[in-house]
Structures are given as structure tokens and as C-alpha cells.
Ligand binder design. Structure first.
Ligand SMILES: CC(=O)SCCNC(=O)CCNC(=O)[C@H](O)C(C)(C)COP(=O)(O)OP(=O)(O)OC[C@H]1O[C@@H](n2cnc3c(N)ncnc32)[C@H](O)[C@@H]1OP(=O)(O)O
Ligand SMILES: O=CC(=O)O
Ligand SMILES: [Mg+2]
Length: 690
């Protein structure tokens, strides 16, 4: 049972009050009484508004459901549909042309183009790895993944054949990005050469191209350098320019213990003292933040610039109870406590600097439309006032991942115009919202077809064009979504260059290795030049964006197609939910039906559960067929997890199995198709019974 202390008329879970009073606030100059009174005032002011915004979501959805029931199938009268959307407040007037006014933005966000890494905040080992992923070994990334098309490494130590292929690939990359680079190693001139440094047998030569650094490491004594004609031991790429420490869809945080664990990791990053010890290959490894990189006459950041992703407006958390006993909105708690932790960075209290420009970077997910963005803006104003911060110190990255935000994107940007630092197409949540919004229109096309359907193309293109029209280039990121197949780096190399080509100056990657590989795309392609070209083009209209992905009338899926679709979705759901509910793991690599490990998080779960719910609703699948798919896949997931000593089988007593069924069978009724209400309920039940 959680114990609470009372502060300023609200009840705070003991572990949270201790964290705040004994750690987060210490040294910041903020008095505990001021903070708690500030929280109490913010809750008093913002909770009713938060609830009203959620009620409006439900009201709009109910009207959409009724409209689609009356007008089934694809939209046949687009003008009539848009009129309806305006009448119900789904579409709002466009703002007059404007340019964002955000100030004090770090170069990694404003003027540089490169990968953005996302990491679950609850995993300290991964979190530190992510923060350090600013620099990554190209040799390691090539040697260890299928990005290098050469025979797999033979087991039993370093495979020189594969090593030679790595070296050849890296040489080609250097020749293409920084031609004539060898001259610098011989003491001559090269236009890309920036600095060098020497220590012991190692000399590091630093180059810069398209704003990103490349380091050539020379060491004749190193096993790889010794056999190389230029004694090159490695090539290090500036990789994850920015990293998002995620408190949202990649974590399972359902109570005060979980929230404090996540806030503590964020505080450790902001203070620079986070350390993780773990066993790797039989050895205990202790990981801490990397120091800055020092060259002769130049120091560069050693770490990725960090954002923290707060949760959206939907969920509440028992970490704080209001005077009437109800739970506080989690997004409000996140805004205050993650900003409080970031004061350590702003005030220079920690070992390192995160934002040299003096900003706090918060990513805000799952907002529906401009009113909700304005709410975030007002909330951040209020947090700044409590913490004594200059207005707009807290920056916001807006996830463009709900349909009502995409359709009113300029107005959403306008609502946060003086603090916005990114718009990012979170296409995974966005796909879930696309399906839920039009749940009653008819059966959706198959999941794999979504990525090429016309609404998603329009969504991606409009996002860039609107971002450019609002003046984001050179001031903020126009970002693209996650590469969700962490082991398929060869495919990523082929496909993800599409992101810079589309005008995005950042795009999400799931791991440090993926960041290093994706960094090469920003050398191959000049994003800012592309943005300048695209800025001359008109913004596409709303029609393709509003074309809903229902299957055409007369769709003819075979029984096999239906079974395969159900089983694929069921496997993803079960493989993810079983670890969420039973073990509190919020992001997992789950093998799909073809045994390809896919990154699953709450957004991909939203897609899979909404898809089955939609097919059930429209009679494409029966309850019995869904249960058969769940039973078959439960046994497959059990087998896949046989090596995990913590794993609990998906049998009749399994809470995880119950959660998976609820996500599907109650999916059509979930608010905007979100999975977190049910996940939290079952996880809390699991924790209570443990
Ligand atoms: C829709 C959305 O919201 S997307 C955003 C949310 N999603 C994410 O944040 C995904 C982040 N990625 C991950 O969590 C993981 O990569 C997973 C779960 C997909 C795969 O995890 P695993 O299977 O355990 O990774 P794998 O075994 O391939 O790699 C492990 C190594 O890579 C590192 N690693 C993997 N992912 C990350 C990451 N995101 N950040 C930092 N390090 C990472 C680990 O630290 C580990 O290295 P170590 O042993 O030196 O510590
Ligand atoms: O948050 C990202 C998404 O794709 O959803
Ligand atoms: Mg998302």
C-alpha cells in the first residue's frame, strides 16, 4: 500500500516526496514549500481544464462514430465530410501565416541534421548508452549488423575476412564524404579536417562534413590498426545528435515507485552522476556518462543532447492524490518534476552540460489539436513560474501523431510558437488513431498496407511543408518516425535515407548502432539544401490526409489472409503485453510471424489491438477466430520466451492474457484506441498480487 504525506492540501506518495525533498530539489534554491504549493496551485488550475479536453475527445469521437455509421465505407463526399468536421470542432480555422519565434535552441536541434535516438527511461543501462551514443564506432556497427553485405562473421574471435569488408566499406564512406582525407593523416591539407589529438599510440583526426563530425582513429599497435596500411583502428561517427529519454510509450510506469525510478534516472542524467553496473559476458561493467571530447584547440560534446518525453494528457497516476482523493494527471506531474530535475543542468550544478543554450527540452506526445497544444503551453508557463524560470525556457517537441493534430498542424504549432523545437511524425500512434477515428466506417486495410496508403503519404509530406512554412528550418527539428526493426539494418540503410530526402533534419532510431548507421545518410544527403527547395513548394491540401484507409467495397480477403492477419497481430500483442504486465517492461523486441524481431511499444500495440477490434466490429473475423489466433500465438510466444527465467506462461490464469483479450475485445471502446488504461489496470493488479 502506498503511504502518503500531505503537502499544500494534496497527498504525495511518500517515495515521491522523499525523492523531491531529498534529491531533486537539493541545490536548486527552490524551497520545498514553494514547490508543493506550486504543484497544488497548478493542479487546482489545470485539472478541470485537462478533464474538459478529454471529455471533448470523447464527444468528438462519439459524433464521428455516429457519422460513419450513417455514412459507411470510404468518404464519397469529401466536401460534406469536411463541413461536418468543421461543425464538430474537429477542423478549426487556419492561423494567419506566421513564423515560430523560439529562442535559445541548441545547435543539435536548430542547425544540425542527424539521428535522434529514443530510449526507455526506466532502463538505466540503456539510458546511459543512449546518452553516450553521440559518438559511435562505424567499424562495430558494420561488423555486427547486416548493414554490411558480406558473409557473417565466423565464430571464435575476430573474423579478418569480415573485418576487411568493414574496412573497405568505411574507406568508401570516407572517400565519398570527405574526399582527400588521407592528406590530413600525412600532415597535409584537407578542407574537411578540423583538429586532431594524440594520446599514447593513438592519434585521432577529426573531420566535419554537413555539420557532422567524423573521427579517424590511427593506432599502429591496435590489432586492427596494425594490419591496416594507414594504421586505422576505427572510424567514429558523430551519431545520435539528440536522444529522447522516454517516460511514455516505451515504459511501464503505473505508480509512484515507477515514476520515481524514471525521474531518478532523468535526474542522474541532468546531474551527470547516473551510473549503472551490470553483468555482461560474465564481467561486471560499470557505465557512466562520457566526458566531452577534447582535441587540440577544440572541445566537442561527449553526449547526445537530451530531451525528456513526458506522458500525454490522458493518464492519471496515484503518485499524487488531489483533495477529493482522485489521482493527479500524470502529464502535469511530469511537466513539473522533469523540469525540476533539469534545473540541475540549467544552473550548472552537474558534472556536464546538457543544454549549452540554457533550455529544457520536453517532448509532448498524443495531443489532439491546437486547444490541447495551448494547454501544454499554459502548463509550461505555469511550471516556469513555479521554478522561477524565464518564459519559454521549457521547450516543446510536438509529436504529430494524432489525426486531429495533423489536420490542424499549423494551428498546433501556432499554439506553442515561442517554445516549439520539433514536430515529429509519430506514424505508429498516428496509424492507431487513424483506425480508431474511423472505427465505424468499415473494415480497415491490412496492417502492412497502411504504410503505403495515401493518408500516410499526405501526412508525412504535409508535416514537412507546414513545418517549413512556419519557419522551423534552422530553428527546430522536422523529424520523422521510428525504424521499428532493430535487427534489419540493411533494410534501414536502404529505406531511411528517405527521411533526409523528404526534408527531415532528424529521424528516430531504436539503438545506438542504428544511430551510427543512419548518421551516414546525413553525409550522403544535404537536408538543409533540400528544405530550402521544398520551402518553395505549396502545402498539400487536406483531402488526401482525410482519405480514410477502409478497404474498398468488395474486398476479398481469403480465410488464410484473415487468419494470417489475426495471428500476426495477436503475436505482437501477446509478446509485448506479457512482458509489460508480468515484468513491467515497456518496450520489447518481439518476433513477428516470420520471426523478425520488431520493436513493440504502446503505439504498435495500439495499432495491432485496434486492427483486430476493427475487424471484429465489422464481422471480418469472429470472436472464435480471434480466440483461436490468441491460443495459437500464446503457445508460440511461450516457446519464444522459454529461455527467460522470469517468464510466466500465457495460460488460463495469466493476467497478461486477460489484458491482451481486453485490449482486443474492448478495443473499440478505449479512449482514442489507447492501450494505457487497460495496461495500467492489469499491471497494477499484477503488482498488487505479487
Ligand atoms: C512509437 C514510439 O514511441 S517509438 C519510441 C519508443 N521506442 C523505443 O524507445 C525503442 C528503444 N529501443 C529499445 O528499447 C531496444 O532497442 C529494443 C527493446 C527495441 C531492443 O532491445 P534488446 O533486444 O535488448 O537490444 P539488443 O539486445 O539488440 O541490444 C542490446 C544492446 O544495445 C543497447 N541498446 C539497445 N537499444 C538501445 C537504446 N534505445 N538506447 C541505448 N542503448 C540501446 C543496449 O544498451 C545493449 O548494449 P549493452 O549490452 O552494451 O548495454
Ligand atoms: O511516438 C511515436 C509513434 O510513432 O507513435
Ligand atoms: Mg507515439
Amino acid at each position: 500500500m502506498t503511504k502518503y504525506v500531505t503537502r499544500a492540501g494534496i497527498r504525495i506518495a511518500e517515495q515521491l516526496s522523499e525523492f523531491v525533498e531529498n534529491s531533486a530539489i537539493v541545490g536548486t534554491g527552490i524551497a520545498a514549500d514553494t514547490l508543493w504549493q506550486g504543484l497544488s496551485d497548478i493542479l487546482g488550475r489545470f485539472v478541470p481544464h485537462n478533464r474538459k479536453l478529454l471529455a471533448k475527445r470523447d464527444d468528438i469521437q462519439a459524433k464521428l462514430d455516429a457519422w460513419h455509421r450513417a455514412n459507411p465505407g470510404p468518404i464519397t463526399d469529401m466536401a460534406g465530410y469536411q463541413t461536418f468536421l468543421r461543425e464538430i470542432g474537429y477542423l478549426v480555422p487556419e492561423p494567419e501565416a506566421f513564423r515560430i519565434g523560439t529562442q535559445n535552441v541548441d545547435a543539435e536541434i536548430a542547425t544540425m541534421a542527424g539521428p535522434q535516438l529514443v530510449v526507455p527511461s526506466l532502463n538505466d543501462r540503456f539510458v546511459l548508452n543512449a546518452a553516450n551514443a553521440r559518438w559511435g564506432s562505424l567499424y562495430d556497427a558494420l561488423y555486427g549488423t547486416d548493414a554490411l553485405s558480406a558473409p557473417a562473421a565466423r565464430p571464435g574471435g575476430y573474423d579478418t575476412d569480415r573485418g576487411d569488408a568493414v574496412v573497405a566499406y568505411a574507406r568508401q564512406f570516407l572517400d565519398a564524404s570527405i574526399p582527400g582525407w588521407q592528406a590530413a593523416l600525412a600532415g597535409g591539407n584537407n578542407p574537411y579536417f578540423v583538429a586532431k589529438t594524440q594520446s599514447g599510440d593513438t592519434t585521432r583526426y577529426l573531420f566535419k562534413h554537413h555539420g557532422l563530425h567524423i573521427e579517424v582513429v590511427v593506432n599502429p599497435q591496435h590489432p586492427v590498426g596494425a594490419t591496416d596500411e594507414l594504421h586505422i583502428a576505427d572510424v567514429i561517427l558523430e551519431s545520435a545528435l539528440t536522444t529522447i529519454i522516454d517516460l511514455e510509450d516505451s515504459v511501464a510506469a503505473v505508480d509512484a515507485d515507477d515514476k520515481v525510478a524514471a525521474y531518478s534516472n532523468w535526474l542522474g542524467l541532468m546531474r551527470g552522476d547516473l551510473v549503472a553496473s551490470f553483468d555482461k559476458g560474465g564481467k561486471t561493467i560499470t557505465r557512466a556518462l562520457e566526458a566531452d571530447r577534447v582535441y587540440d584547440g577544440l572541445t566537442l560534446p561527449g553526449r547526445s543532447l537530451m530531451f525528456v518525453r513526458n506522458v500525454g494528457h490522458l493518464m492519471t497516476n496515484p503518485a499524487v492524490l488531489l483533495a477529493d482523493g482522485s489521482e493527479a494527471p500524470e502529464g502535469i506531474l511530469d511537466a513539473l518534476f522533469t523540469s525540476l530535475c533539469a534545473l540541475h543542468d540549467l544552473q550548472g550544478l552537474g558534472t556536464y552540460r546538457n543544454s549549452r543554450a540554457g533550455s529544457i527540452y520536453i517532448v509532448k506526445p498524443k495531443m489532439h489539436g491546437p486547444e490541447e497544444a495551448a494547454f501544454t503551453n499554459d502548463l509550461f508557463d505555469a511550471v516556469e513560474d513555479v521554478l522561477g524560470l524565464v518564459r519559454h525556457t521549457i521547450k516543446v517537441g510536438v509529436m504529430d501523431e494524432e489525426r486531429r493534430t495533423s489536420a490542424n498542424l499549423a494551428a498546433c504549432i501556432h499554439a506553442v510558437r515561442d517554445r516549439i523545437v520539433f514536430i515529429n511524425t509519430g506514424f505508429l500512434d498516428r496509424t492507431g488513431d487513424e483506425m480508431h477515428t474511423a472505427m465505424h466506417a468499415g473494415p480497415m486495410i491490412r496492417k502492412a498496407e497502411m504504410k503505403t496508403s495515401s493518408w500516410i503519404q499526405a501526412y508525412e509530406a504535409r508535416n514537412v511543408q507546414i513545418g517549413l512554412a512556419c519557419g522551423l528550418s534552422g530553428k527546430a527539428q522536422i523529424g520523422k518516425g521510428m525504424w521499428a526493426a532493430p535487427d534489419m539494418m540493411a533494410d534501414m540503410m536502404v529505406q531511411k535515407i528517405g527521411h533526409p530526402k523528404a526534408g527531415a533534419n532528424t529521424a528516430w532510431v531504436p539503438s545506438p548502432t542504428a544511430a551510427t548507421l543512419h548518421a551516414m545518410h546525413y553525409h550522403q544527403f544535404d537536408v538543409f539544401a533540400r528544405q530550402a527547395e521544398l520551402a518553395k513548394e505549396p502545402t498539400p491540401g487536406l483531402e488526401p490526409l482525410l482519405t480514410i484507409p477502409v478497404a474498398p467495397v468488395g474486398h476479398n480477403w481469403s480465410a488464410e489472409d484473415v487468419a494470417q492477419e489475426l495471428e500476426n497481430n495477436a503475436q505482437g500483442i501477446l509478446g509485448y503485453v506479457v512482458r509489460w504486465v508480468d515484468q513491467g517492461v515497456g518496450c520489447s523486441k518481439v518476433p513477428d510471424i516470420d520471426d523478425i524481431g520488431l520493436m513493440e511499444d504502446r503505439a504498435t500495440l495500439r495499432i495491432s489491438s485496434q486492427h483486430i477490434a476493427n475487424w471484429l466490429l465489422h464481422g471480418i473475423a469472429t470472436e472464435a477466430q480471434v480466440d483461436a489466433a490468441l491460443t495459437k500465438m500464446a503457445s508460440k510466444v511461450d516457446t519464444q520466451n522459454a529461455g527467460d527465467p522470469l517468464y510466466e506462461k500465457l495460460d488460463g490464469a495469466s493476467l497478461a492474457l486477460k489484458a491482451a483479450r481486453a485490449l482486443i475485445f474492448e478495443g473499440a471502446m478505449q479512449p482514442n484506441g489507447y492501450t494505457e488504461p487497460l495496461l495500467h489496470k492489469f499491471r497494477q493488479e499484477k503488482k498488487a498480487g505479487a
